[in-house]
Design a protein around this ligand. Structure first.
Ligand code: NAD
Ligand code: USQ
Length: 401
């Protein structure tokens, strides 16, 4: 049993992970500033599923399982003192760090959103590193990174797990081998912050011997896990709006309401995917297998399969009879790319991947249908663009605090 702090534990990935780790017998505390709920209000777009207040969520978990989850409302980017005090008090074995602004379109929305994303994500990660180092804690940090740090240039080879072996010649022409961080090629301000996080981790792992695992996760789909199903107040988020909705969940939602599936451009973008059930299992495996003290950052690719966007649209259309609409791509990204990703580390740790199955897609469509009355068609269009005229003044850092 470990003492685990989950930063961002009120979010889409963090909440089901908190429940899963608690169900496994770990002592879990959630730290969250509830900014994601505030962004919902700013955007006028909310989760399709009704999300209970965080105090109702933890109360329901106590009622159903008898397990206690503590909640601390702390902004890890802006309230360093509260973060440091909490870590000093709890001395956690593990901190799982989900607490960042995670939508690429939102991060490209306007200047204010770009600045907020960088300030929030980089400060938060660095505050966590500095606090653990300053308090001299032997805490293992498990961070949720992203496949997007590698970029999607379609190199035609398997993307390794974080590091690239290179040969370098010295001035005398003698060659030696070393491993470098895979050169990053982020496609949005959000993805750029994840690339910058990697350098913070590399430094603190070497300088302060902090044990760090960085999980380069693919696009998460689905909504429910074994634990979130146990009580209506435990239900997980389901984002379908143009900023926060991820592509497969958007397609499944669109199919449920009879909206055409919005394929960007040719739909030739190939991406890595993982079901939310496997997200929680992977994080549990990472928590159970910390790297040695003094070891380099352990980087694992948290993905189970790769798909091309238009193939996903056809799969969903075949399953549901939905129409497909090819729309102008609001993003600046390669129109077509190939992607093959190594995920050996999790397979070796015993992950049995949940792959895209009709049953699981149908389950997500069913949930979408159940909450149809909460659907807002105005939330569907992707209005955040990578270049050109940007959405004015919706988001300000001040508005979020
Ligand atoms: P989310 O927005 O639903 O959850 C993030 C949570 O962190 C929210 O509850 C938010 O309130 C909190 N938070 C943000 N900034 C904070 C701060 N400064 N202090 C305290 N709490 C803060 O996002 P998610 O989908 O659960 O993603 C979690 C993590 O996983 C992110 O770091 C994201 O980059 C990564 N990830 C997500 C996906 C995906 O498809 N959802 C894929 C790959 C990686
Ligand atoms: N897309 C469509 N139609 C849509 C929405 C998206 O064709 O209606 C396309 C996008 O143009 C893009 C692809 O689908 O090519 C994926 O978009 P997405 O919104 O599902 O995923 P992305 O923006 O990359 O971000 C999500 C999460 C982010 C995480 C990332 C993992 O929001 O937190 O880091 O997935 S990864 O993509 O592997 O980097």
């Amino acid at each position: 049993m470990k003492n685990v702090v989950i930063i961002g534990g009120d979010g889409f990935c963090g909440w089901p992970t908190a429940l899963h780790l608690s169900a496994q017998g770990h002592r879990v505390a959630i730290v969250d500033n509830l900014s994601r709920r505030k962004i919902d209000r700013e955007l006028g777009a909310s989760s399709l599923t009704p999300i209970a207040h965080i105090s109702e969520r933890v109360q329901a978990w106590k009622e159903v399982t008898g397990n206690r989850i503590d909640f601390f409302q702390i902004d890890v980017a802006r309230d360093y003192g509260a973060l440091e005090d909490l870590l000093a008090m709890l001395k956690p074995d593990t901190v799982v760090h989900f607490g960042e602004q995670r939508a690429a379109p939102y991060s490209m929305r306007n200047v204010s959103a770009k600045r907020y994303t960088v300030d929030n994500n980089i400060r938060g990660t660095h505050n966590l590193m500095a606090a653990i180092a300053g308090l001299e804690l032997d805490t293992h940090v498990v961070h949720l990174g992203t496949m997007g740090v590698y970029g999607y240039a379609g190199e035609g080879f398997t993307i390794p797990e974080g590091y690239l072996p290179v040969k370098v010649a010295n001035d005398e022409g003698q060659w030696s081998e070393r491993e470098i961080l895979y050169p990053t090629n982020p496609g949005s301000v959000y993805h750029m912050t994840k690339s910058m996080d990697q350098l913070l981790f590399q430094f603190y792992a070497r300088n302060d011997e902090i044990r760090i695992t960085d999980l380069h996760q693919g696009i998460v789909w689905g909504t429910q896990t074994d634990e979130t199903r146990l009580h209506p107040a435990l239900i997980n988020r389901f984002d379908y709006d143009g900023d926060y909705g991820t592509v497969l969940n958007r397609f499944l939602m669109q199919a449920a309401v009879g909206h055409p599936l919005t394929v960007h451009g040719t739909g030739g973008q190939t991406r890595a995917f993982i079901h939310i059930r496997d997200t929680v299992r992977c994080v549990a495996l990472a928590v159970a297998h910390p790297p040695q003290k003094g070891a380099p950052v352990k980087i694992m690719n948290q993905v189970t399969e790769q798909h091309r966007v238009r193939d996903l649209a056809h799969l969903v259309a075949d399953l549901t009879g939905a129409q497909i609409a090819m729309v102008d791509n609001p993003r600046k990204e390669a129109a077509e790319n190939d992607l093959v990703v190594c995920n050996d580390s999790f397979l070796k740790l015993g992950l049995n991947p949940t792959t895209l199955r009709e049953g699981l897609m149908a389950e997500t469509v069913e949930i979408a249908q159940k909450y149809l009355h909460r659907f807002d068609v105005d939330a569907v269009p992707c209005v955040s663009t990578w270049t050109g005229q940007q959405k004015a003044g919706i988001v300000t850092e001040e508005a979020l605090h």
